[in-house]
Design a protein around this ligand. Structure first.
Ligand SMILES: Cc1cc2nc3c(=O)[nH]c(=O)nc-3n(C[C@H](O)[C@H](O)[C@H](O)COP(=O)(O)OP(=O)(O)OC[C@H]3O[C@@H](n4cnc5c(N)ncnc54)[C@H](O)[C@@H]3O)c2cc1C
Length: 482
């Protein structure tokens, strides 16, 4: 089964998984009204593989037969660019929302491959073979994968063992039992995307660990229906909505869960780190090296949509020639195109790990992620300014259809002479869904926190930049070294 159909993907989600939504156990995620929207959205990855228009991008024909490009380990900048284009194209089909059910999992597989290689060389462990076997299992079965890295954490100023000393031992996932055939883990991860609708879950440490934290230095993969795993789905964005009024969020959704490990047994062949605390930090970092590149790739349709919505509404409002509007439009275009250029630079400035895997340039990628995140709310503000207050007050499509009030609604929505009032309402609804709905709020929080909060990007930029050459140049210019 090298490539699954969307139907096969959906059928695979009917298992014994324990998912709670608003306090109720969900008997079948595929028929749940909110989770089914997320499953439809995730099916895009499988539809693209079947679609002749996307087949070359989505599927790689190799010695192993056809398989999803996501599982191909990148070897150079060309491979990274192809992966980026696939992520961008699927997100475009996803109405600016990343699909993620293969993107994030393969980011974790590449990171695990690199760190297991280094760990085995240093400590004589044998993790790389296990990672390779699991990677192959996911690729040959075309599996959907979520990644749980972010622990619930508790007091952010304390490490896992310090929290344990304060009576909170489960704020980070930890090993509570070691058996000849595997480990038992306990604790909870949070914000885990897509867990309700994937097959496998990869667990990674979220931070560097000290020797006292050895039981918390743990990484593994398990099927989502493993006994002891409980998913508590977030209801954010779960309200029913009309397609005319919410053109994006009525069709596209991701689910996040609180992901509970209530004494879960993990067999040895699925354990990729168990106590090697020195490797926890490197694994956390190796994952974001790939995952932030995925992030900046999937942000491109979103920034394009903001530019497009601003252009549309400038025209429909009849203000496209106004100086302040042209100023905002040029800023938005610069914002989007700087991100696009940085994605390409991140791929072409790749470096190669000792095992041959191409890693997108972390300095460029983190600058790109920070550029996107720190300017995102400014971009939203510009779109909202050009659009006007109807973003928050416009009547609905149903009002338009009611003959008693429809003409008044058309009058209220009329814009530039010669344009259609309904077109203007549609454009406003797009901008409102992107910037002023619960989906818009979700995108804002996603911008700030997903793939690591902004401070994490700043730390990486400072760590990755070759400060010595800049300092040496400044010393020469200042005459310090003569
Ligand atoms: C929509 C969405 C989807 C996500 N999907 C996933 C996913 O699929 N898998 C996954 O593993 N994670 C996921 N995340 C989690 C994401 O990576 C985290 O939100 C992010 O790392 C921030 O962690 P946090 O939310 O716990 O916030 P916090 O870490 O609590 O951050 C809040 C603030 O505290 C600061 N802070 C935190 N610790 C310290 C400290 N020690 N010293 C000083 N300041 C500190 C931060 O810089 C920030 O300003 C997702 C997040 C979102 C919003």
């Amino acid at each position: 089964m090298p490539i699954r159909t969307p139907e096969e993907y959906v059928a695979s989600l009917r298992d014994g998984r324990r998912v709670y939504y608003r306090g109720e156990l969900v008997p079948d995620v595929t028929t749940h009204p909110v989770i089914a929207r997320a499953i439809d959205h995730a099916s895009i990855d499988f539809q693209m593989a079947e679609d002749p228009k996307f087949r070359d991008l989505a599927v790689v024909e190799g010695a192993h037969g056809p398989r999803s490009r996501y599982f191909e380990t990148p070897r150079d900048g060309k491979d990274l660019l192809a992966r980026s284009r696939l992520i961008e194209a699927s997100t475009r089909l996803g109405g600016t929302l990343v699909v993620l059910v293969k993107e994030i999992g393969t980011d974790a597989l590449f990171a695990l491959g690199n760190v297991a290689h280094d760990l085995d060389a240093r400590a004589g462990t044998a993790y790389a073979d296990r990672v390779r076997a699991f990677h192959e299992h996911c690729a040959t079965n075309d599996l959907a994968i979520a990644v749980a890295q972010t622990d619930v954490k508790g007091d952010r100023s304390l490490g896992p063992s310090e929290l344990a000393a304060h009576g909170n031992p489960d704020a980070y996932v930890r090993i509570v039992d070691r058996r000849p055939d595997g480990i038992v883990v306990r604790g909870a991860k949070t914000h885990t995307s897509c867990t309700t609708n994937v097959n496998e879950l990869i667990v990674l440490p979220t931070r560097a660990m000290a020797a006292a934290d050895a039981d918390y230095a743990v990484s593994f993969a398990i099927p989502v229906d493993t006994p002891g795993m409980v998913l508590v789905a977030s209801p954010h964005g779960g309200a029913e909505r009309d397609r005319f009024d919410h053109p994006i969020s009525s069709r596209h959704k991701m689910m996040e869960t609180l992901t509970i490990f209530d004494d879960v047994f993990v067999p040895n062949e699925r354990v990729f780190m168990a106590g090697e605390w020195q490797a926890a930090g490197p694994l956390a970092l190796a994952f974001v090296e790939f995952h932030r590149f995925t992030a900046i790739s999937y942000k491109l349709p979103l920034v394009d949509a903001l530019v497009g919505a601003a252009l549309l509404l400038a025209d429909l409002n009849g203000i496209e020639r106004a100086g302040h509007v042209r100023d905002k439009l040029s800023w938005l275009i610069g914002y989007a195109e700087t991100l696009r250029a940085l994605v390409q630079a991140g791929a072409s400035r790749f470096r190669r790990h000792a095992n041959g895997t191409a890693i997108p340039d972390p300095l460029t990628v983190n600058i790109a992620k920070m550029h996107f995140a720190t300017n995102y709310h400014g971009a939203v503000a510009r779109v909202q300014d050009i659009a006007g207050g109807s973003l928050a007050t416009a009547p609905s499509g149903a009002d338009l259809d009611n003959p008693a009030i429809g003409d008044w609604v058309r009058l209220a929505m009329s814009g530039k002479v010669g344009t259609d009032a309904v077109d203007r309402l549609r454009a406003l609804n797009l901008a409102a869904d992107l910037t002023a709905s619960d989906f818009g709020g979700y995108q804002e929080v996603l911008a700030i926190h997903a793939e690591g909060s902004i401070e994490a990007q700043k730390l990486t930029i400072l760590r990755q930049y070759d400060a010595n050459q800049a300092r040496a140049y400044a010393r020469t210019l200042a005459g310090l070294d003569t």
